[in-house]
Design a protein around this ligand. Structure first.
Ligand SMILES: NC(=O)c1ccc[n+]([C@@H]2O[C@H](COP(=O)([O-])OP(=O)(O)OC[C@H]3O[C@@H](n4cnc5c(N)ncnc54)[C@H](O)[C@@H]3O)[C@@H](O)[C@H]2O)c1
Length: 393
């Protein structure tokens, strides 16, 4: 095996693993369609400043043993290809495979006998064995067995990705036994806490199951929070003492955002429904609905709070500040952000809505078609991360 590994996709998930591989003594060719990002990495500049420890690794390896490029051909000497590009979903929550397919077909054109390809993007179970295998075989003219193919889900959390890669258990599974073994031996060289599972399909399912667990448990927390509120029970006090070794009630929220958790349950719900197994994923669908509907609940609470304010001004003249618009505190990402959706819902209801988020400047907020405000200048502040409502005194 040569010392060269290609990582396709240098985003929040791909760049940390590419850097960790480079730091383990490999030469890494990172392929990304974003020219500016490649230039930054090659000059030692970290394009994801919120990622702890990444800056140091990029400074050490960027442009040296971590070369970023927009040309797939630059990776032709690699014998290992790790693919971690996004998978978006359409309006019916069905996966749109175009980006992954393009990455696989490009890698397929470079593939030689004995090479290993590992997919890390979260995908519906069987994607690697059915789609990825076909794309590689069509482009390379090789058959599985002449190359190896495996799946290993990313289990990072933006901000903590480097430590996760160093400590958190990572799993890998092959589309056949030899591929699993080959991927396991290769990944052991840069992932300390690695587990080989019986197939790519199991490894894919592990990642999706984890997302479903989070979504269902957040749905449960949201439901219990609403019930507690209705019964005039302090949810947080109850949660503190309800939780123990066998009970972990999650925190309530405005819903679930980001690329992952709100998307994965649909992979299983849609698949089961296509098979006519409507009852199999009922809980997953319900949790999705509960979480998505939380913005309606909070909009109602906000309106009630406005109505209780002692002022002679009409409701639509009271300035509301939604404090926190990213999907998660501390992560500058708006994908599926329920906080942003809440702000928009309040606007649709004719209220005077502004937003504030320490990660976004007033200009950036303006570019989103929203208005920025300092929380102290608003009549009512809804802190979307702490779920508190505070009226101006
Ligand atoms: N970010 C996370 O916390 C996280 C956690 C677990 C799993 N994941 C998985 O990782 C995947 C990627 O997520 P991300 O956060 O890195 O996304 P991202 O948007 O931060 O980065 C994706 C990168 O892929 C590049 N890209 C797009 N099309 C390409 C192509 N055809 N060839 C090469 N590069 C291409 C983009 O330019 C971008 O740099 C997700 O779909 C998810 O399945 C992410």
């Amino acid at each position: 095996m040569t010392n060269k590994i290609a990582v396709i996709g240098l985003g929040k998930a791909g760049l940390p693993i590419a850097s960790v591989i480079a730091d383990s003594g490999f030469e890494v060719i990172g392929v990304d369609i974003d020219e500016r990002k490649c230039a930054d990495i090659n000059s030692g500049k970290n394009p994801i400043p919120e990622e702890m420890g990444l800056g140091e690794l990029i400074k050490r390896h960027g442009g040296k043993d971590l070369i970023a490029t927009t040309r797939y051909d630059d990776a032709k000497e690699c014998e290992v290809f790790i693919i971690i590009v996004p998978l978006f979903t359409d309006e019916n929550n069905n996966p749109d495979y175009r980006i992954i397919e393009s990455a696989f077909r490009n890698v397929g054109r470079l593939l030689n006998k004995g090479d290993l390809v590992v997919l890390e993007t979260s995908v519906p179970p069987k994607t690697t064995e059915e789609r990825a295998r076909k794309w590689l075989e069509e482009e390379s003219g090789l058959a599985l067995g002449e190359f190896y193919l495996a799946y290993s889900p990313e289990r990072i959390m933006t901000g903590f990705s480097i430590s996760r890669l160093e400590k958190f258990p990572k799993v890998v599974g092959g589309v056949n036994k030899e591929s699993g073994q080959k991927a396991f031996v290769t990944y052991q060289k840069f992932i300390p806490n690695l587990h080989l599972v019986s197939s790519a399909r199991v490894a894919e399912f592990i990642k999706i199951a984890e997302g479903c667990y989070r979504d269902v448990n957040i749905g449960l927390a949201n439901e219990l929070f609403k019930i507690a509120d209705e019964l005039d029970v302090n949810f947080y006090e109850a949660r503190t003492y309800a939780n123990h070794e066998y009970c972990h009630i999650h925190l309530p929220s405005t819903g679930v955002g980001g690329h992952c958790i709100p998307v994965y349950p649909w992979f299983l719900v849609n698949d089961m429904e296509k098979r006519g197994k409507f009852d199999y994923a009922k809980l997953l669908r319900t949790a999705r609905e509960i979480n998505d509907e939380m913005i309606e609940y909070w909009a109602e609470k906000i309106v009630l709070e406005l109505e209780c304010m002692e002022t002679n001004r009409p409701l639509n003249e009271l300035k509301i500040c939604v404090k926190g618009i990213s999907f998660r505190e501390g992560v500058k990402e708006l994908y599926h952000s329920r906080n942003l959706a809440l702000a928009k819902l309040l606007m649709e209801r004719g209220l005077d809505v502004y937003v504030y988020d320490e990660l976004y400047s007033s200009e950036e907020v303006g570019e989103m078609g929203l208005r920025w405000i300092e929380p102290e200048d608003a009549d009512l502040v809804f802190d979307s991360f702490r779920l508190t409502l505070k009226a101006r005194e």
